[in-house]
Ligand binder design. Structure first.
Ligand code: NDP
Length: 387
């Protein structure tokens, strides 16, 4: 039976991996929506290949460019934030949420509110508005299928188990490219070094988040919403080989783990095919060749981001949204060469110290906190740059 797929963030790393799987399993899937932010050429190329009903470019100024690129194809061209939301509400069997940052929040919420199952890669949406997103899914009956490799691993380890019988969830972390680097060397780290992840090939933002370990902190918040076992039962364990993607320990002291090569197509395939399995072109594990798996406790002195995230989610309310927005601005500033690597987490901390946002009641409240945190972070980045 053909299944309809709406793909948000088609031109990115997760988007392209998703399309690689869809391309190999063309009889199963009919792509109905494709979106991008500004890469009109790539979006149009993908649209010509996958023939969706609609292609949406988030940057409203590029509408005419997209329309021209799709002229004569019969594919509808749309642009802007409202078009993204409207595309997310369209009938579908699965939405792949693979936009980076809180830019993905409005369409993901719209998809959940419409009752669509969502394969969720866009962790920043859940970090910013986790309570609202989980409530929207509960209300509409939509299922959230985690795509992040760790959360997908936990989801798989929980299949057949009961969340009340979980004693601990252990989120594994590669430690990123700077795992063994001194604080002094990290102070001089360049964007090129930060995006060179030792195991995974990913977009620039998440690669920098892996280098600061903010990614693991965001994942802690994500896990807290997806798997409500209590924050103190979610731990982080550094595992440099990225073979074990996370573990679930049950009350009887049985620990289940999910293992696989560090290839995002494996968790993506798990979410696409759920509750079935699909064939992938990924490399199977060769444990004899890998020979050893290492583990170490996280170093929260050199990598303070995880503690900051734990404090933010423990406080709850709009704190995680504030943290996430400040981090997005700081990462962009680092990638643009405006601030040094340690200033990323410093900026987030300064934004959080400067203002305690009130409890959000709506998505609009989240957007207000997000905007205020971005402005504050920009201010600290400007000071830092000119210091
Ligand atoms: P990329 O940067 O590679 O791709 C991001 C996608 O989002 C692109 O299609 C981009 O379009 C689009 N986009 C960017 N900004 C906006 C915006 N303002 N409005 C609408 N669309 C936008 O990111 P990744 O694929 O690496 O990551 C996507 C999400 O998945 C992130 O939340 C990340 O944390 C998560 N994730 C990623 C993993 C990975 O291996 N890459 C692993 C686990 C989770 P354009 O190309 O036009 O800029």
């Amino acid at each position: 039976m053909t299944r309809r797929l709406s793909l948000f963030g088609a031109t990115g790393s997760v988007g392209q991996s998703t399309l690689d799987l869809v391309r190999r399993d063309g009889d199963t899937w009919r792509v109905t929506v494709l979106t991008a932010h500004s890469d009109v050429a790539e979006l149009a190329r993908l649209a010509r290949e996958f023939r969706p009903d609609i292609a949406v470019i988030a940057d409203a100024a590029r509408h005419d460019e997209l329309a021209a690129a799709l002229a004569g194809t019969g594919i509808e061209a749309a642009a802007g934030g409202d078009a993204l939301v409207e595309a997310a509400e369209r009938p579908t069997d699965l939405v792949m949420a693979a936009i980076v940052g809180t830019a993905g929040l409005a369409p993901t919420m719209a998809a959940l509110a419409a009752g669509h199952d969502v394969a969720l890669a866009n962790k920043e949406a859940l970090v910013s508005a986790g309570d609202l997103m989980m409530a929207a899914a509960r209300q509409s009956g939509a299922t959230i299928l985690p795509v992040d490799s760790e959360h997908n691993a936990i989801f798989q380890c929980l299949a057949g188990g009961r969340i009340e019988q979980v004693r601990r969830i252990i989120l594994t972390a590669s430690g990123g490219p700077f795992r063994t680097m001194s604080a002094d060397d990290m102070a001089r780290a360049t964007p090129a070094q930060a995006v060179a992840h030792p195991n995974w090939s990913m977009g620039a933002k998440i690669s920098v988040d892996s280098a600061t370990m903010m990614n693991k902190g965001l994942e802690l918040i994500e896990a807290h919403h997806l798997f409500p076992v209590g924050l103190d039962r979610i731990e982080i364990l550094v595992h440099p080989q990225s073979v074990i993607h996370s573990l679930v320990e049950y009350v009887d002291c049985s620990t289940l783990a999910q293992l696989g090569s560090p290839d995002m197509r494996i968790p993506i395939a798990s979410a696409l095919a759920w509750p079935q399995r699909m064939v992938t072109p990924c490399t199977p594990l060769d444990l004899a060749h890998i020979a050893r798996l290492d583990f170490e406790a996280p170093d929260e002195v050199r990598f303070p981001a995880t503690a900051l995230c734990r404090a933010a989610v423990a406080e709850g309310g709009a704190r995680p949204a504030q943290l996430n927005a400040a981090n997005e601005v700081a990462v962009a500033a680092f990638l643009a060469g405006r601030i040094a690597f340690p200033a990323i987490v410093d900026t987030v901390r300064r934004v959080m110290n400067a203002d305690a946002p009130s409890r959000p009641r709506s998505l609009q409240d989240i957007f207000s906190v997000d905007a205020a945190a971005r402005a504050a972070a920009q201010h600290f980045v400007d000071i830092c740059e000119h210091a």
